[in-house]
Structures are given as C-alpha cells and as structure tokens.
Design a protein around this ligand. Structure first.
Ligand SMILES: NC(=O)c1ccc[n+]([C@@H]2O[C@H](COP(=O)([O-])OP(=O)(O)OC[C@H]3O[C@@H](n4cnc5c(N)ncnc54)[C@H](OP(=O)(O)O)[C@@H]3O)[C@@H](O)[C@H]2O)c1
Length: 325
C-alpha cells in the first residue's frame, strides 16, 4: 500500500512517499481503507521531535513508528475473527492514538479502540479531523471546566481545530459563548453559534470589564496571569498548551486562591475515558450540534505542504489528507 514513511525528525521534507506492507487485521482488529486522515498541529510539533521530552513516547533518536497520523475516516475492508461490532463495508471514523499509521491507504484498529460508525450527517473529510479537536475540547470544557448551562465561556483561538469544536460543544451544553479570533474568521465563529465575538487584532479581552466562568485558551497565547482579572470569582483558565508558566500556575492555584489554572494531555487519558468522551461526542454530532469545519484537503503525496500550511498557525478548523482519489 502507499504510505508516507517517516524515519527522522525535522522539517516537512523528511516525509517520503513509499510502499509498505498492507496491514492484516488481528483477531480483535478491523482493517480500514482510509478515505481521509487528519493532519494536526500536534502532528507538526511531533515531526520536529521537540520538545525532546516527547521523544520518550515516540522514539528517542528516530520515530519508533514509520507511519504517522492518528485521525481517520474510511470503510472497513476486513475484520478479525473475534470482531463483533463491525462488518465489512461499514463506514467508520476515529483516532489511532497509540499505534498511529493513518498517513497511509490502510490502517488496522482494535475493535475496542477509539473507533465508531460514521454518523449519517458527516462526510469522511469532516469526520477525520473531528476527533482531535472534538475530544480534546470536550475534555477541557467538561472534565477541566465543568461547563454548566448559562455559564459565560470565552474561547480564545476559536477558529482553529480545537476552537471550532469548542464553540459548538459549549453551545451544546447551554453556555453563553464569546469567541475570540481575527477579523476574517468572525463570520465563521458566528455561524458556529458564538453569542459574542471579539476580534483580537482590534481588541484585548483581558483589558475589558467582562468576566467569564471559564476561559479556554486553545492556542495558549494568553497566560493565566493575563486572564486573571477576566475570570469570575471561582473562574477557571484552561489551556491545552503546556509551558513552565502554566505548570507553575497550576501548582500554585491547586493550593491557593479560588481562580484555577488547568491543563490536561488528552492523548494520555486512560483509554476508557477517551472512549467515554468519544461516546458523548457522537451524541453531540448525532443531535446535529457539532459539524466538522474543513479548511483544506491535500492528496497523500502532499503531506509536506499540509504541514507547512498548518505551521503558519492560521488554519480554520481542520486539514485532512486524502489517500484515495
Ligand atoms: N493538551 C492536549 O490534549 C492537546 C490536544 C490537541 C492539541 N493540542 C494543542 O492545542 C493547540 C491548538 O491546536 P489546534 O489544532 O486547535 O491549532 P490550530 O487549528 O492550528 O489553530 C489555528 C488557529 O489559531 C488562531 N490563532 C492564532 N493566533 C492567535 C491569537 N493570537 N489569538 C487568537 N487566536 C489565534 C488562528 O486564527 P487566526 O487565523 O484568526 O489568527 C487559527 O484559526 C496546539 O498547540 C496543539 O498542539 C493539545
């Protein structure tokens, strides 16, 4: 099968198009022909091999796994002898966090992994990009933010992958949503349901008098210290981008003060918890309250261009690869 082979860390030109053995489903696995796979901001960071601490999981001197990529949507081509929930021909989508392998024409996934039948109202391209932003934002808004109806929630970086999911999920839970993005993205976040918008190129939400129960900084560009005055008395600041300031703010606020700073590595959650979040995500999708926002679609061979585009930091929603024409 055709795949993108990665044998080193570095710039986008490390990716090589090549041929690999088509995987075979083990008794507990399904073999999926991939129709779309996600390319994420996290993928671009992993490709550089920095920060070095991340290599403990993905390979110290070179990548452990020659095929990267986690998000997928496609059609079941074969099932292992012990598989009961999926059949050949089923349309599925999900996230292969541990073993990756979705920058390719085929991937095998354990039946009890993060995989579900594709809802009727989603295309392969929309679905492939949906798990990373969707599951992460669901984790941050519910597990960390304990989101409640009528709460005031501010989402910074509302036009990215995590942000576009967050706006819709926060509305699903009945929150009043303020979305922060740049001028061209204001119509997009309004269409996703934001009650209020703030254009960060014109206005700074931290210097206004408004306060929020939850500030979710999806892109990690405003610190807890920046946001402290914009939080309500028991307000929570949560960001998926970990640095030393956030680490220290988490430690300090876990002991002192009513306002809290929080982080979670969603990919490192126990599998059972990720599956629980996937189940809730499906309910939100099936209720018609979460749509995939698709920015660009690249052929498999142009993965390097997809990484270069994402690294500019201005994608709208999701970018996907299409291994089949
Ligand atoms: N901890 C976890 O569990 C976890 C899981 C997944 C991802 N992540 C991390 O989460 C981060 C976000 O991922 P993502 O995929 O959502 O990123 P993304 O899609 O690449 O974010 C791009 C968006 O960020 C906006 N943006 C850029 N600068 C901004 C600023 N100064 N203020 C407000 N918005 C700004 C851009 O809007 P404009 O074009 O309008 O500027 C663009 O729409 C990444 O660092 C990723 O590695 C963490």
């Amino acid at each position: 099968m055709k795949a993108i082979i990665t044998t080193a860390y570095g710039s986008p030109d490390i990716f090589k198009v090549g041929q690999m053995e088509k995987p075979i489903a083990k008794p507990n696995e399904i073999l999926i022909q991939i129709h779309a796979s996600s390319v994420t901001k996290a993928d671009t960071m992993m490709r550089t091999g920095k920060p070095y601490i991340g290599r403990l999981m993905i390979g110290i001197t070179k990548p452990k796994n020659p095929i990267w990529g986690t998000g997928f949507a496609g059609v079941v081509e074969a099932v292992g002898s012990g598989v009961t929930q999926f059949q050949v021909g089923d349309k599925v989508f999900g996230e292969n966090i541990d073993t990756m392998g979705t920058y390719a024409e085929y991937v095998t996934v354990p039946e009890d992994g993060i995989v579900a039948h594709l809802p009727e109202n989603l295309s392969f391209e929309e679905a492939a990009g949906m798990c990373d932003g969707g599951i992460t934002s669901l984790n941050f808004l519910t597990n960390l933010g304990n989101i409640q109806p009528r709460q005031k929630v501010l989402i910074n970086g509302a036009s990215g992958s995590l942000g576009t999911a967050a706006v819709q999920i926060a509305k699903h839970f009945g929150a009043e949503v303020t979305a922060v993005c740049s001028t061209p993205n204001i119509p997009l976040v309004k269409a996703l349901g934001a009650d209020y918008t703030i254009d960060y190129t014109q206005d700074d939400f931290t210097s206004r008098t408004n306060t929020y129960d939850l500030i979710y900084d999806t892109v990690g560009v405003r610190s807890f210290a920046d946001c402290r005055n914009a939080l309500t008395e028991n307000g929570i600041y949560a960001s998926p981008v970990l640095g030393l300031p956030l680490l220290s703010d988490m430690m300090v606020t876990s002991v002192f003060g009513k306002k809290k700073a929080k982080f979670s590595a969603t990919g490192a959650l126990p599998a059972q918890e990720t599956k629980r979040l996937m189940g809730i995500l499906l309910e939100i999708i099936e209720a018609g309250n979460l749509k995939g926002v698709l920015d660009r679609v690249y052929p498999l061979e142009q993965l390097a261009d997809a990484h270069t585009y994402i690294e500019k930091g201005h994608k709208k929603g999701n970018v996907v690869l299409k291994p089949v024409a």
